[in-house]
Design a protein around this ligand. Structure first.
Ligand code: ADE
Length: 306
């Protein structure tokens, strides 16, 4: 070959990946389990109408050194043309236990398992939210679509955060590059996003929205600790299956409703209940930053072991 590169290197990544089985399907497109040489990979195939999400996720993963145990690991992106139809692929590590949503639907948890799940999610969110300077540095990133379906469960019992298709950095916010035809998931939208009182030009405001959504995820996880209740999406008893913006605004802003935290008197669960109340507070400015949430969880975990 002319370039002197081995033929394999010239091929696109997508051509090296074999799709094995479809493991998910939704409004975003599809997810497949595939193989890439000796590795299992997950391939997310975006609908071409959601090209903005593919572009943003690819941009974030390829410009930012984002390697963290609690962030889904990136393998590569590819844009290919198949019978004049554009295919957008995002290739990542594969996690056989699937999403936290699926895991909670299948399994009840010990307090220890609950803690590992919650701490690892907060650790991932803290890494995203933090500005790190230096050569291995990264800008602060807000996720904007935190929910149990966008969190994956690893075989070691920890979780990792996936789907950076709506994510923004301070630079994106400053340059008003926050627009995406896709919105965050309405069920997990913060009161200030729902009543449109949020300052969309302020990066910090997006981090506060992530913390609100995180609190709802913590609630979903705590429900599955013995004496476990059935897994439920937040607001399932108040909102219809695919709630509209107005449905959620009435529930979250007008009625100021929140899920009922566990009423287990165990000190760890009492601590979890008070933590989620602080994180889904109507007033975004009093919600805890990710570092404070992590420290609170570490304290609860240490007391539970003592
Ligand atoms: N579902 C969505 N992304 C996935 C992944 N990376 N591994 C397993 N299941 C997934």
């Amino acid at each position: 070959s002319g370039s002197g590169l081995p033929l394999m290197v010239q091929r696109t990544l997508a051509k090296q990946v074999t799709l094995i089985e479809r493991i998910g399907k939704g409004r975003y497109g599809e997810v497949w389990r595939g193989s890439w040489y000796a590795d299992s990979v997950a391939v997310k195939i975006f609908f071409s109408r959601d090209e903005a999400s593919w572009r943003r996720e690819t941009e974030i993963y390829s410009t930012v050194m984002l390697r963290h145990d609690n962030i889904l690991a990136y393998v590569g992106s590819d844009m290919t043309s198949r019978n004049s139809c554009t295919q957008l692929w995002l290739i990542t590590h594969f996690h056989p236990l699937g999403s936290l949503y699926e895991h909670l639907s299948r399994s009840t948890l010990t307090r220890h398992q609950m803690m590992l799940i919650c701490l690892s999610i907060v650790n991932g969110l803290l890494h995203l939210h933090t500005d790190i300077h230096g050569t291995q540095g990264k800008p602060a990133i807000a996720h904007r679509d935190i929910k149990s379906k966008n969190i994956l469960v690893k075989v070691n019992g920890e979780c990792c955060i996936a789907d950076l298709g709506l994510a923004v950095t301070r630079q994106h916010v400053a340059a008003e590059l926050t627009h995406n035809p896709r919105q965050g998931t309405k069920r997990y939208m913060s009161p200030e996003a729902l009543d449109q009182s949020m300052n969309v030009r302020c990066f910090e405001a997006y981090r506060k929205c992530d913390v609100y959504a995180l609190a709802l995820v913590l609630w979903e996880v705590t429900r599955r600790v013995a004496p476990a209740r059935e897994h439920r999406a937040p607001f399932s008893e108040l909102a219809p299956a695919d709630p509209s913006f107005d449905d959620m605004r009435k529930i979250v802003c007008t009625d100021n409703a929140r899920p009922a935290p566990p009423d287990d008197p165990h000190p760890t669960m009492v601590g979890m209940a008070s933590l989620m109340r602080e994180c889904w507070h109507q007033n975004a400015s009093v919600r805890l930053p990710a570092l404070r949430i992590k420290k609170t969880l570490l304290k609860l975990a240490a007391a539970d072991c003592a």
